[in-house]
Design a protein around this ligand. Structure first.
Ligand SMILES: Nc1nc2c(c(CN[C@H]3C=C[C@H](O)[C@@H]3O)cn2[C@@H]2O[C@H](COP(=O)(O)O)[C@@H](O)[C@H]2O)c(=O)[nH]1
Length: 167
């Protein structure tokens, strides 16, 4: 399957989503279909990481993947003041109330995380414009943010609770 993707991260992600229904991570939000594809993308990210971006892990479009929208990174972004939740949502998350999979709140948390990481990339690109610095891919920012979240599991506020097969 990796070989069939011909070095394209997006093709590999699409193949995974086509072949395995459990990876077809999408939702309908206010009448619009939203594709998050967390596990299909993290699979490609893991192949890329495991091969150090070479051989089977060489993808010319790796920068096209988004961060992997799940539950740890939004906590970190909230803590950094990059994401903010409504008082109502904060209360639900703090009470560890189940936020149903595919509900508006759950899709908003995940989709806003993707957008926030893209904005972070833009801000980094702006700050380092003209310096020749190599800009991070969304998945590299994900790894960095996720690691911060893992290291702070005890002192960060709780993450949202959702029963789902998608992350
Ligand atoms: N957004 C995001 N979510 C991530 C990861 C990782 C760690 N993996 C990276 C580390 C090196 C590799 O290159 C991997 O990519 C795990 N998780 C999620 O947490 C959950 C628990 O997982 P565990 O503790 O394994 O059982 C599961 O839903 C898992 O998918 C990440 O990096 N970003």
């Amino acid at each position: 399957m990796v070989e069939a993707a011909g070095g394209s991260a997006l093709t590999l992600m699409q193949l995974v989503a086509q072949l395995f229904s459990g990876f077809r991570d999408h939702a309908v939000y206010k009448g619009h279909q939203v594709f998050l594809y967390k596990r299909a993308q993290i699979f490609v990210g893991d192949v890329y990481g495991a091969f150090g971006g070479e051989g089977l892990g060489a993808f010319w479009d790796i920068d096209q993947l988004t961060m992997f929208a799940d539950y740890r990174v939004p906590v970190v972004l909230r803590n950094m003041g990059i994401l903010s939740y409504s008082d109502e949502l904060v209360a639900k998350v703090e009470r560890k109330e189940i936020i149903p999979a595919g509900s508006e709140e759950e899709v908003e948390i995940r989709a806003c995380t993707v957008v926030a990481v893209e904005r972070l990339r833009e801000a980094i690109a702006h700050k380092f414009r003209g310096t020749g610095a190599q800009l991070p891919h969304a998945i590299q920012l994900d790894w960095w943010l996720w690691e911060i979240g893992e290291q702070n599991r005890q002192n960060h506020p709780p993450h949202h609770r959702t029963l789902t097969i998608f992350y």
